[in-house]
Every structure is written in C-alpha cells, then in structure tokens.
Design a protein. Sequence first.
Length: 484
Amino acid sequence: MNDMTALEMQDLLIDGRRVAPLTGRYFATVNPATEQVIAQVAEAGVEDIDAAVRSARKAFEGEWGHMKASDRGRLLLKLADLIGRNEDELVMLESLDSGKPVSAIRRQDLPAVIDTLIYYAGMADKINGQVIPARTDALTYTVREPLGVVGAIIPWNFPLMIGMWKMAPALACGCSVVLKPAEITPLSALRIGELALEAGFPAGALNVVPGFGKVAGQALVDHRDVDKVTFTGSPVVGRQILQSAAGNLKRVTLELGGKSANIIFPDADIDAAVKAAGSGIFFNTGQVCSAGSRILAHADIYDEVVERLAARAKSMRLGDPLEASTSMGPLVSEVQMNRVLNYIDVGRNEGASVVAGGARATETGYYVQPTVFVGVEHEMRVSQEEIFGPVATVIKFIDDEDALRIANGTVYSLAAGVWSADINRVHRFARQLKAGTVWINTYGPTDIRLPWGGARDSGFGREHGDMAIENFTEPKVVWINTGR
Ligand code: NAD
Ligand code: MG
C-alpha cells in the first residue's frame, strides 16, 4: 500500500478479509491539504454492519473467545511491533487523510498508539475476580467476563490514537470489535485492521467498516447483537446514540467535546503559560476535544498575555503537512473549515475583536489562520460553543471567584488548566473546577494510565487505565453452596 494506486479502492474488512460492500457504493476520501481525492472507500450499509457484527459474534464464541488471556496479550504486543515496523506508511496515511503534520503524528500519535497497545497487552492476563467471603455456608467469588461484541465509533481528529484507545482495551478483555471510523478519515483504521490480521488475530476479532454516521454508525448502534458502544464525537450524535442504544440496553461510553478553560494568574510563569496556551488551542489545528479554547487571563496580565499569544499565533508555520517544519496543517474538511470561518464571523458580530488571524489562509486546502479573539464576554457564543478549530478566545477575569465562575460556566466538563505559583490556590482550583482532568502549570498531556473523560455535555464514563477494563467486562458472581 505504499504507492497511490494501491490506495485507490479500499474495501471493508470483515471476518478476516477485505470485501466489497453489499451496498455496491464507494465514497471519496480527500486530502484536506490539497483537496485531492486520495482513495475511494467502501461504504458500509445496514447489511454490511450486520455481517461485521455476525463475524464478531462468531469470533467471540469461537477461537477468539476461547483464547488464553496471555495469548491475547501477545497478539496485542505483536500488533504494537507491526505498527512500529510500518510507522512510515501509517504516518503518511494518517497525514494524507487528515491533514495532520507528519512531525506531530511521529512525535505524538504513533508513540501513543504503541504505548496503548503495550499497556493493555500487559493487562490482558491480569483481569482478576475476587473471592468475597459473604457467607460461612458458601464459597462466593466473582470473575470478570468480557461483554461480547463492541461497536467502536470514532471521530476524525485522532483516528489512529482514539481508535486504539478503544480497540486495545476491548481486545485485551477478550471482546470482539466492529470499528466504524469517521467517513473523513477511514484509511489508517483499515490498515490497522490488516496489521491485526498479520499479527495473528483470528478472523472477526476486529472488523473495520467505514461508512457514514447516519447509516453505518446508526446501524451499529441499533444492532441488537452489539453489547456495548464506545463513542467519541459530538454531543448531538452522543445523545442520538444514547437513545438508540436503549433498544437492547447497550452499555455506552461517550466522550464528547469541551470548551476548556486555561486560567493564567499573574504569579504564574507567564512565558511558559502563554507557550502552553498557544499549543493548547493551536495543536492539531484546534481539533482537540480538550483544546484550551478559552484562555482566562487575570486583568493585571491580560494585555501581556494577548500580545504574546497573538505573536505566537502569527509565528505558526502553516504548510504542507508532509514537510517536517510545518507546525500547523489544514482543518480536516471543507465542512469543518466553513464551520470555523462561520464562528469567526459570529465572534465579530457579537463584538469581539480579532488580534491575529481571522480568515482562510490559502486558496487551496482547508487552512484557516490561527486566530485570537479579545474583548470576549463570557456569554458570547464564541466563548460558550465548541468551535473545534484554531480559534482562541481570551477572557479577562478580576479575581479567583470570577475565574472559577467563568471556567465552570459552560455546558461542558472535560478539562481545565490553571497557571499559578500559589499552592493553596492551585489545590482549591483542582477541587472546584468541573472537569475530568485539571492540569496545573501545564496544559494538554494525556497518558493511557490515567482515566480520561468528562461529565455533562462532555459525556460520561472514563477511558484509559484500568477503568477501560471495567468498560469492556462485567463481573459474574459464582455462589457455591458448601453447607456449614
Ligand atoms: P460526529 O459526532 O458527527 O461524528 C463522529 C463519529 O460518529 C463519526 O464516525 C460519524 O460517522 C459517527 N456518527 C455520526 N452520526 C451517527 C449516528 N447517528 N449514529 C452513529 N454514529 C454516528 O462529529 P463530526 O461531524 O465529525 O464533528 C462535528 C463536531 O463534533 C466537531 O466540530 C466537534 O465539535 C465535535 N467533535 C468532537 C470530538 C471529540 O474528540 N470529542 C471529535 C470530533 C468532533
Ligand atoms: Mg480524508
């Protein structure tokens, strides 16, 4: 698959084979940096999803479901190894399909994918039950059993990484997976599916079914034989999934967006804070669920923060994602670009002012200039709604109470950052901020060992760590009457 001709037609991956879709339809996936079509991808319909789910069920009840836990771990390690060996190809695929700079994928996404696999490989044979001595007339214990067939629905902002956050723990637990990648970025997931077969995963343990959300995604969520849906994406679709999952009472984990506050106090290391605030909103062209899209600056340092942040925005190197020196790529699609440009208009109309960027950056490719809004009021749409693009809103606050009120004043609760040297203040904020993760004197790092997720419109449930094992297993009680 190293040359473009091999990319041209991409079939579904069901039951251990690449198969043409029963719909007979293919859709184009585009390189957002060039607007060129890079491949025609099979479009899964309801019947294709059904075939994938049946294959996953067969695997779960067959070879895959009976495999020794340590052997599942070995397969995950083998896949990690194969991903490492195919790094160049995967980096290229991910970049072409999503517009992410290769430098970022190599530095961040790929190592995170491999780390995730190694972490859950080690966990596969450590999923223990408990002996709970409830009675003196019985031996009572629990075992943790895999849930069964998992539907994983992922977005386009980190296709490889978010895909692996779901696949690796599900497979470690012994579940089988039907993965529905985002229609805008289906290519890397299909390649991971192939590598999993090469690693030795039995047919059906991992099926990859590209297609559209309203058809393929919806069919997966509606399917009566799917036991669990794990979803990352928008709150609108999250709500829809929750309703559809009620059909057979599927378990659901939802990781939806955010409008995270990054709060800077005058006693902070302003240099470090502004640097991190810049990458907090501009990394991955702002298409990050935990992006620090609201930068809260204390009145005493507001002007300084604005000036330095605007300078950082202007110094970003937009360009060809395949160039190692590019620090910011395009938005992932034309739709997303227009959405972001529309929000920039909304901000201007609401009375906020642009001090950096504010427009499309190129004629070809979906590039938007890194943009900084000032004079932003807490109630404006641009400081309440998730833009999912390189648009920072800088909001002034006067004291701790004000900062906390603004920071907690959206419908989201995913992440927050605080920059201060005052130990009492940072502990107080860590306690009072409504967020799944609070970063103190840093912004943005994640680690597979730490629980990840949010509350309210950011969704519910936690991924990562041993929490993910609970997502894909269920305890069973065994009660053996021993008599007194
Ligand atoms: P989306 O929620 O529409 O899509 C995410 C995934 O869900 C895709 O794979 C899509 O095919 C699938 N999907 C869509 N409708 C579905 C349905 N009815 N049933 C089942 N699956 C369905 O997100 P989007 O349209 O790609 O982006 C829109 C906005 O979502 C973004 O602008 C951003 O605000 C937010 N978003 C958040 C994250 C995140 O990491 N939390 C990621 C991507 C997008
Ligand atoms: Mg694409």
